[in-house]
Design a protein around this ligand. Sequence first.
Ligand SMILES: [Cu+2]
Length: 171
Amino acid sequence: MNTIRIGAVSLAVAVLAACGGGSGGNARGVEVDGAWIRASIPGKDMTAGYMSLRNTGEAADELVGASLPAGVAERTEIHESVAVGDGSPATMGHGDHMSGTNGGSTPPVMEMRRVSRIELPEGKTVRLEPGGYHLMIFGVKEPLEAGRKVEVELRFRHAGTVTVTAEVRTG
Ligand SMILES: [Cu+2]
């Protein structure tokens, strides 16, 4: 009997410790800072969102999804911008016989791709910023003007759903 009681007590302590983690208050283990959305240009219904994510928990987590209120935008994806085509013949756009002495100095082209998640190692800060990871926001219903505040719902594999307020800025 005694051993069972001890087991139950230490389990309770472990649960308390896990819940007491994120002192920032708005996330169990993930703190979100500096969220902003780029003001959209009239006639374009696409824009991007940025922020920094700090995993204050004791284990790795992942950002797996995000969304804006349905009245603001239709769909939000997680994207990554990457430099591609650095000197590869395919990007030259003419002929397929390279002399081989060119040195391959084609400037890299920035391209973005959808990713299913962003890994958040414990104790680390991962930034969503121009030229890197970002939230791609599609189907913006009306132009998002600077100064406006938009609620962004973030879904983490372990920390669950966290809602933050992002400010719309021009850059
Ligand atoms: Cu994108």
